[in-house]
Design a protein. Structure first.
Length: 239
């Protein structure tokens, strides 16, 4: 693990990536190179033409989380999807998590709700207060028992580059995490795992890539051993 190092260039030789060059000029070589960068970061690297594809044009989609700590419970369900509102999902974290985080001022019998807006590009520049007010309007619309005064503490999180933003046909662009380009592997939620770009997809891509590298390393070691054995046998026969 080498923290605080930014890769800027991939050096190719003979169809394989032999070195990764950092911003400070450090060079690191490896038998296998695995990139967990999403497309919008990977395309910033200076890289050989072979490490490209239609996926390189993928952009990111933001997600916003609005976190409310209520003085009293509002939901019984673990999660609820909303329609016709700016908020898409309401997660009852108190029920979902055995040890939901408590904020200063929360009541012991209160509730922690996490409200999610996906594809939130048109809301990403709004202030936390604007987002909280928007959330309160949606909650009041969908849950008659909700009152703004129920909120003890709140916070807002923004992930501007949360997920890939696919377009029609882009599923065919996704690289297979188990099939390298030379010795270069792609992993991440956006790769071709048979799943949408989710946490589950990211995990599946890592497993597929690791298995492929181990299999390839085993084959390479076996081939090398075989070659050494062959040279030894021929030498003995020659003698």
């Amino acid at each position: 693990m080498l923290p605080n190092r930014k890769a800027v260039r991939l050096v190719e030789e003979g169809g394989e990536v032999w070195e990764v060059v950092t911003e400070s000029g450090e060079r690191f070589g490896a038998r296998a190179v695995v990139s967990s960068l999403p497309p919008w970061q990977l395309r910033r690297l200076e890289r050989p033409p072979t490490l490209s594809g239609a996926w390189i044009s993928w952009n990111a989609s933001p997600i916003i989380g609005i976190h409310l700590w209520l003085r009293e419970p509002l939901l019984e369900e673990p999660l609820i999807g909303l329609l016709g509102t700016e908020i898409h999902w309401v997660f009852n974290k108190t029920r979902l998590w055995a040890h939901a985080p408590k904020n200063t001022g929360s009541e012991a019998d209160g509730q922690y709700l996490s409200l999610v807006i996906s594809g939130a590009a048109r809301h990403i520049l709004k202030s936390p207060t604007e987002l909280r007010e928007m959330a309160c309007r949606d909650l009041a619309l969908c849950f008659p028992g909700f009152k703004k005064a129920m909120i003890s503490t709140w916070s807002v999180t923004k992930e501007p580059f949360a997920t890939p933003s696919p377009v029609p046909g882009s599923d065919a662009w996704r690289p297979d995490p188990a099939v390298p380009v030379g010795n270069f592997y792609y992993v991440g939620d956006w790769t071709q795992t048979g799943l949408p770009a989710t946490i589950e997809s990211a995990v599946a891509s890592g497993h597929a890539c690791a298995q492929a590298i181990l299999s390839r390393a085993g084959s390479a070691d076996g081939s090398a051993s075989g070659a050494r054995a062959g040279r030894s046998s021929r030498g003995e026969l020659h003698d």
